[in-house]
Each structure stands twice: as C-alpha cells, then as structure tokens.
Design a binder for this molecule. Sequence first.
Ligand code: AQP
Length: 351
Amino acid sequence: MAASDRQAFPERVFSGVQPTGNLHLGNYLGAIKRFVQLQERFDCIYCVVDMHAITTWQDPKELAGQIREVTAAFIAAGIEPEKHIVFNQSQVAEHAELAWVFNCIARLGWLNRMTQFKEKAGKDRENASVGLYAYPTLMAADILAYKATHVPVGEDQKQHLELTRDIAQKFNNDYADSIRAHGHGDAFFPLTEPLIGGPAARVMSLRDGTKKMSKSDPSDYSRINLTDDADAVAQKIRKAKTDPEPLPSEEKGLESRPEADNLVGIYAALADVPKADVLRDHGGAQFSAFKGALVDLSVAKMGPIGSEMKRLTADPGHIDRILAEGADRARGMARETMAAVKDIVGFVRPR
Ligand code: AQP
C-alpha cells in the first residue's frame, strides 16, 4: 500500500471544463450535473480550464465569451459559487508553475500512451502543439494544486486521472525524504480518485453511436448544445440515428445496439433512474414514440438551464466578478501548495 493511500487527506473535489465552445449534453450529464450533486457532500472547486483550451487554436475574439458561457452553465446548472469555488484557470498562475514541476516528474513513455493526444493530434502529429502533448501534466497540476481527493469526469478522462495518480506517486517517492524533512508526513500529494459512472459516463454522438458526443464534431446534429432551443433539441433527437428494431425490455438487449443504448442512457441520466427502469417503461416501443418522450424530457430538463445561461451571459460583468472572486480564493490555496513544493524540491524562495 502506498504512503499516500495510508495518509488521510481532507476530502475535496476538483474538476474542470474547457471553454472550447459548443458545450453539450455529454458535458452536462457526464460532468456538470454531477458537479452539482457533489456540492452536498464535498468542498468543491470547479474550474474553467482556459489554458487547456488553447492547446488547440482558439479565436481570441471568441474565447472570453466561451469562458463566460461555461461559467454561466455551471451556475445555471446549480453550482453555488458563494459556497464553493468557481474560477478560470489562467487567473491562478500556480497551475502553470506546478505543471512545470510535473513535466519534470512525468516520463515521456507515460505521455506517449495517452489516447486523447493520439486522437486529437490525428495523423498530423508533428504539427500538434507541445501544449496538447503536455495537457495531462497541466491537468495533474490543476487537481494537485488543491490536493483534491476526488475528480468527477466523463469516461474519456479516465486515463488522464490515472496519470495524475502516477505523477503524485512518483513525486511522493522521489522526494520522500524532503517531504518528511519539511514536516509533510509520508506523502505530500493524495492519490486522487476518479468519480466516473452512471448511465451517461460516455454520451455518444447522435449521428454515430460508436463516437463520443464532442464539441469539435463538425456536425451540429451530432450533439445537443446546452443553448439549443426546444425546436433544435426536437429536430436533433428526431433525426438521431437508430436501428429498425423496437426497444428491448432488458439491458442485455442493448448489446450491439450502440445508438439505442445511447438514447436510453441519455433518458436514464436525465430522469435520474437506472437504464433498467427506462426499459421497463418503454420496452417494446418503436423509436418514434420513444424519441417523442425523450424530446419532452430533454426540453423539460435542459430548457431552464439554457434560458438561465442566456440570462447570465447577458451580464458579463457579473460573471467576471464571480470568476475574480473564485480565483482569489483558489490562488490562496494553490500558493500554499506551490510554496511547499518549492521547499520540497529545494528551490530558494523569499520567506
Ligand atoms: N460525450 C461525453 N460524455 C460524457 N462526458 C463527457 N465529457 C466530454 N464529453 C463527454 C466530459 O465533460 C467534461 C468536460 O470536458 P472538456 O470540455 O474538458 O473536454 P473534452 O472531454 O475534450 O470535451 P469534448 O466535448 O469532447 O471536446 P472536444 O471535442 O474538444 O474534445 C469532462 O469531464 C469530460 O470527461
């Protein structure tokens, strides 16, 4: 058992969303909705990870609006910035500073295995940014700057979370003597637990049940955007790819039917019930009828969030104040971690 498993760290949640535009139902069900639920049990820090966003080109004319839109989505969904912390990453310089230390901890072999880099860089790997390659070390810094013990994410981020644990473990091992000498016990960083699961851990494209619903999919019909109005939601769900069979009555019947599985998963996550309950109620139905029920449920659940996002983004000054206030509180915590890291590593700093 590792020292960091034995040592108790206060429970804290951290997670982030990139402001890369087109915030969608997958981001909501896989991440933001769960951020809201976790507020009851944990101290939470939710970050708009704008430095991650620029690992791929972002138009400077759009980026500020995208940052405010993610912030608005957090708040419209029910995140409480007064009780918890909401801020954008670039306002807290310690994320980049700690990421550099982690670049010196992580091994090339570890990063070479990251499937997200392979997928995003595609065939033109030589032309991908160094930032895109180093994305997971910055993500580890985001999490560990606050010694977060739990990170709610979609399935696609699982590998990056494992890398965060590897970095924490190696830092704890490489600097074990110094960590003890500076009075931090057996381990300085926790081994963070991913919180992944539920029927929407991986929401798939509405056009192809084998592809993840994604902001960067060129087809707007592949996803439901959080700002889509009721007509757009209805059109996208009605046009969603399906197969000719009626819905099965049991989960086993969804095997090898990715599109059916996806729509049932979306319904279950929106209704907060297991997939088995959805199939019990809708088993035997044709897709035309089930899609109608899914449209009604989606509009009922997502409509108020979209409207509230529009209301909030109409007042950018208010959003900027929330982010500045959150950044002040986050910075206080991250500075403390970074000062200790500098001591542990052996840097000289003013006292
Ligand atoms: N399809 C999805 N199903 C469930 N969860 C998802 N997430 C993303 N897509 C799905 C989760 O949403 C959170 C924020 O994601 P992100 O914006 O930081 O990055 P991403 O995973 O790269 O999101 P996209 O939408 O897929 O963007 P692009 O197209 O730019 O790659 C994360 O917790 C993520 O797991």
